[in-house]
Design a protein around this ligand. Structure first.
Ligand code: AMP
Length: 188
């Protein structure tokens, strides 16, 4: 089992790229944003707890997020795994190491999708998801800058980070990622 993390600012294409690997190479997939939106739309207890954060563009508290991911990792055990949108804080990154360690796994690779803020905002406004309003977008970028960016250094120091130019076409970004995964022996 290989564990790959997709990291990058809102609008960098994490979900798009992760889903292509799922479709074409059968990776398993955990996207915390998708899980949170499902709970919100189905008005579950968890959905009620997290709605406010998603609507404001703030990060859901670490304890809630980590609990959700721990359950999901347990569920998808086996097979290659992509994490999209998690971890987003240093505490989440450290907890992830502990969770994986308990089942004899580790983070194998972190793919950092680099895009400029201008390009990312343009994409988000074009996508038009419920939380893609100018004010919410601004908040999500602030959260990214303050809480998520430090984990780039965390993974860099562990020599796990690989940077990909996220400003290319979807297919070209995908090609770069597949190339990296093949070079590292994670794909045949
Ligand atoms: P995403 O679909 O990844 O853009 O996430 C949408 C929203 O879900 C974010 O703006 C946060 O409110 C919440 N969220 C997703 N992943 C996390 C995470 N790892 N930690 C905290 N909040 C998260």
């Amino acid at each position: 089992m290989v564990v790959i993390i997709f990291l990058g600012p809102p609008g960098s294409g994490k979900g798009t790229q992760a889903k292509l690997l799922v479709e074409r190479y059968g990776f398993r997939y955990i996207a915390t944003g998708d899980i949170f939106r499902w709970h919100m739309n189905n008005n579950t207890e968890l959905g009620k707890m997290i709605r406010e954060y998603l609507e404001k563009g703030e990060l859901v508290p670490d304890n809630i997020t980590i609990r959700v991911v721990e359950q999901e990792i347990d569920r998808v055990r086996g097979g290659n795994l992509i994490l999209d949108g998690f971890p987003r804080t240093l505490e989440q990154a450290q907890k992830l190491d502990e969770i994986l360690d308990k089942i004899g796994k580790k983070v194998d690779l972190v793919i950092y999708l680099r895009v400029s803020k201008d390009e990312a905002v343009k994409r988000l406004l074009a996508r038009g998801r419920h939380d893609d309003q100018p004010q919410t977008i601004a908040r999500r970028f602030d959260e990214y800058k303050i809480k998520t960016r430090p984990i780039i250094e965390y993974y860099k120091s562990k020599k796990l980070l690989v940077e990909v130019n996220g400003e290319q076409t979807i297919e070209d970004v995908h090609k770069d990622i597949v190339h990296i995964l093949k070079n590292m022996g994670f794909l045949d």
